[in-house]
Structures are given as C-alpha cells and as structure tokens.
Design a protein around this ligand. Structure first.
Ligand SMILES: [Zn+2]
Length: 114
C-alpha cells in the first residue's frame, strides 16, 4: 500500500499516511494540532519509510546515500538513537526541536542567530 505524505497547512507538520484507496478531503486531520487542513505532499520519488523504520535502519547501513543527508527528516536520528540506547526518553523539548529541524530547518537556523 502506498504511503503518502501530508502536510498540515496550519502548523507545517508533515505526517506519513498509509493510504487505502481514495483519501476523502477533510477526513485526515493533523496529528499534531488536529487541523483538517492537510495537503498531500508530492513525492520526490525516494522510498518512503516511517520514522520508526528510519530509526531502525539508521546505523545498519555502512554508507549513506546523498538522499539520506538531504532528507531533513533524518536530522537528529543519531541523537535520538543514542538516547534510546541509553534508555533515556527524549524530552518534549528535544522532540519539538527535532521536529522543527526536520520540517523547517531554516526557522531553527534563524532563531539561533537572534
Ligand atoms: Zn497541524
């Protein structure tokens, strides 16, 4: 089954949704803010993985492709994995920061400059 990415137009959150057949507009709601204003993101052609799969496969590959590094959703995977290995639960602040890095890296860079 295909996995599509949907972006919330309210908060910018991007979620991956397993699509069974046709998606009825308005049926999907943002996992983060609950807004019904989500838009399908056109696939850039790379293989879709869930965030859990990404975390699981991270570190298993000896070499990462360029697309791995250019994919902002892979930002912070290493830190996240180290925390898991140490048995530390990521704080909400950590997760929020990661999410911002992944969805809108420019905003984070901008903030730290100020
Ligand atoms: Zn949202």
């Amino acid at each position: 089954m295909p996995i599509y990415e949907f972006k919330c137009t309210s908060c910018g959150y991007v979620m991956e949704v397993l699509v069974q057949g046709y998606v009825v507009p308005g049926e999907l709601t943002c996992e983060r803010c609950g807004s019904g204003e989500v838009k399908k993101v056109m696939s850039s052609g790379h293989y879709h993985q869930s965030q859990t799969d990404r975390l699981g496969s991270y570190g298993n590959q000896s070499r990462k492709s360029d697309s791995f590094y250019s994919d902002t959703r892979n930002i912070g995977l290493h830190a996240e994995q180290m925390l898991r290995k140490a048995g530390v639960k990521p704080t909400e602040e950590f997760k929020t920061k990661l999410e911002r890095l992944r969805t809108n890296p420019a905003s984070v860079v901008k903030d730290s400059d100020e």
